[in-house]
Design a protein around this ligand. Structure first.
Ligand SMILES: [Fe+2]
Ligand SMILES: [Fe+2]
Length: 164
């Protein structure tokens, strides 16, 4: 039987890609770091769009929403995540022309540590509230259809890029 909670694997894939981005940043490979962050952003946006357009409407219509699992919280976190990634991209694009980028890289990593905590909390609440509730309120047929419409995994090339 299919389960919508399978989609939680995407969080792990996104984390792996962000790790690859930060590894490039640590090595001062700014072009590579930016490319990996752009890839991360496009996959994050796709995942957010799938959640907001296909999953949240079912969740808010049918699930019994409890404290910690409100849609407004999820939406607000999505907004913050998108804005922070935009900010990181702007900051990284200035690093190549920086004669002494150490301080800026450290500042950026500090900001990214906040971002990772935000994503961690968000993913944990989705795993605790959103996805189990969706699995309870959808039929097997709906799960099957939703999983066919949603990007459930990243192509192999994207994974190996994340791991390189
Ligand atoms: Fe989300
Ligand atoms: Fe998610």
């Amino acid at each position: 039987m299919k389960s919508l909670s399978e989609l939680l694997n995407l969080h792990r894939d996104l984390d792996a890609l962000f790790f690859a981005h930060q590894s490039a940043l640590l090595r001062f490979e700014f072009d590579k770091a930016l490319k990996l962050l752009e890839r991360y952003e496009s996959l994050l946006l796709r995942h957010i769009r799938d959640e907001e357009e296909l999953l949240f409407p079912i969740y808010s219509e049918r699930a019994e929403v409890i404290k910690g699992g409100r849609i407004e919280l999820f939406l607000n976190e999505h907004y913050k995540m998108k804005e922070l990634v935009k900010l990181f991209k702007e900051e990284i694009s200035t690093l190549s022309s920086e004669p002494n980028p150490d301080a800026k890289v450290i500042l950026l990593l500090d900001g990214q540590s906040f971002f990772k905590r935000l994503c961690g909390h968000h993913d944990k609440r989705e795993a605790e509230f959103l996805y189990p509730a969706l699995d309870r309120v959808t039929t097997d047929r709906e799960k099957y259809d939703l999983l066919n419409r949603i990007a459930c995994s990243f192509p192999v090339a994207e994974r190996s890029q994340a791991e390189s």
